[in-house]
Design a binder for this molecule. Structure first.
Ligand code: DX5
Ligand code: ZN
Length: 218
């Protein structure tokens, strides 16, 4: 179906045990890897050397979310690492169309992310360059924040544009996705759901993934 995916975020996992944390979510569609540089966002996580190792040991495809400056320079290196999808922030890219093309040329799905306050309209004419549009539903930087309902109209607008254009672009939401909020995001038109604390904050991450699927009517 159009609505498929739960991508747990390892931001809420145990960073001392990433390989075993990946094994706990083998029923996920992909694992969401939050890369932060303490410049684009006021927080710091992991970078290319760790992501390259995760790519080698993960039972599920890697979905990188690059919250880093100089996206034009860095994002292609994540595609070269063999990741399934690489998402850069439009606010951090000098030439988003060129960058999306470069990611695809290097074998990755091209994703573009927008902060909650960044309007989607200016980018609707470049949908054919993208495999995924990530609409942030919290201010990027930290897990465990509350879902921003104010983003729902933007999700609806993006869904209308994607359906109207006939191109196949996933609409991903990230931030504050829980058993309570997932249906609102799905009904607005999102079809890929990132969940950090709602998966890794539970005693059984794999059961939490199935609960999200049920509640989102995926
Ligand atoms: C926030 C990250 C998210 C984060 C989501 O900047 O991009 O991926 O892990 O965490 P939750 O699901 O707890 O809001
Ligand atoms: Zn993320």
């Amino acid at each position: 179906s159009l609505t498929c995916c739960i991508n747990p975020s390892i931001l809420s996992a145990d960073f001392a045990n990433l390989e075993s944390e990946l094994a706990r979510i083998s029923n996920a569609d992909a694992v969401h890897v939050d890369v932060m540089d303490n410049r684009f966002v006021p927080n710091l996580t992991i970078g290319l050397p760790v992501v390259e190792r995760l790519q080698k040991v993960s039972p599920v495809p890697l979905d990188a979310h690059l919250m880093i400056s100089d996206a034009d320079r860095w994002a292609p290196l994540y595609a070269d690492a063999g990741l399934s999808s690489v998402t850069f922030h439009v606010e951090a890219a000098m030439a988003p169309i060129k960058l999306a093309r470069e990611l695809r040329a290097r074998g990755a799905k091209a994703g573009m992310a927008l902060r909650p306050a960044t309007p989607v309209e200016p980018y609707l004419d470049m949908l054919s360059e993208l495999d995924m549009l990530l609409l942030m539903t919290v201010e990027p930087g930290f897990g465990g924040q509350a879902f921003l309902d104010v983003v729902l109209p933007k999700i609806r607008r993006a869904r209308e544009a994607v359906d109207g254009s006939g191109v196949s672009v996933a609409i991903q939401v990230d931030g504050g996705i829980t058993e309570e909020t997932i249906l609102r995001a799905a009904e607005a038109g999102a079809n890929v759901f990132v969940a950090g604390s709602a998966v890794y904050g539970k005693p059984s991450p794999s059961e939490a993934i199935e609960a999200l699927r049920t509640n989102g009517q995926l």
